[in-house]
Unconditional design. Structure first.
Length: 179
């Protein structure tokens, strides 16, 4: 939703947009065609786990919206390649407050939303809470450090908060607020 909203604002300002997940063959477009193409890609794309390697070539600015719970080494390497090409990158880390707080206690079973056979079960979630928060903070901390080093935008958003806040910040970061 956040990606579609910022694309709407950008296309209304005359900017071109294109999805990074479909490869370099899809040209950036403006107006309704750009917005609809992007939204359709969001709806049908299943693997959103990493920034695609083709995101560098011809990219003026890149916006990546994710929870960033993916392989840190691959993600940080791709961000380094984008920085080396001079591509400004804007990252929006979206999470649920439960992912940050880990408010679980006792016996807990976590299932992947798209695969109930994929699960993790804890006999006492209290015993893993501190380690979970520490690993999550270290993972996202490395991402924040890379963003600072390369001058990339890093925004954090929790789904319990209004999406208008990161939307306005993201729009301003890509230059929409200065027109």
């Amino acid at each position: 939703m956040l990606g579609t909203a910022v694309a709407l604002l950008l296309t209304q300002a005359g900017e071109k947009v294109a999805p990074l997940v479909e490869g370099p063959s899809r040209p950036a477009r403006t107006g309704r065609a750009g917005l609809v193409g992007l939204a359709e890609t969001f709806l049908r794309t299943e693997d959103r786990s990493a920034i695609p390697p083709w995101a560098v070539a011809g990219t003026t600015q890149a916006i990546y919206i994710s929870d960033f719970y993916t392989d840190a080494d691959g993600l940080l390497a791709q961000l380094g390649r984008m920085a080396a090409q001079g591509v400004p990158v804007h990252l929006v880390q979206v999470s649920d407050s439960a992912e940050r707080l880990f408010p679980f206690a006792g016996r807990v079973r976590f299932e992947a939303p798209d695969d109930p056979n994929s699960h993790v079960q804890f006999g006492d979630a209290d015993h893993v809470a501190a380690a979970y928060r520490e690993r999550r903070d270290a993972h996202l901390g490395a991402l924040k450090d890379v963003c600072r080093r390369y001058g990339f935008t890093y925004l954090a958003h929790e789904t319990s908060e209004p999406a208008s806040v990161p939307l306005a910040a993201l729009y301003h970061a890509v230059g929409g607020g200065t027109r």
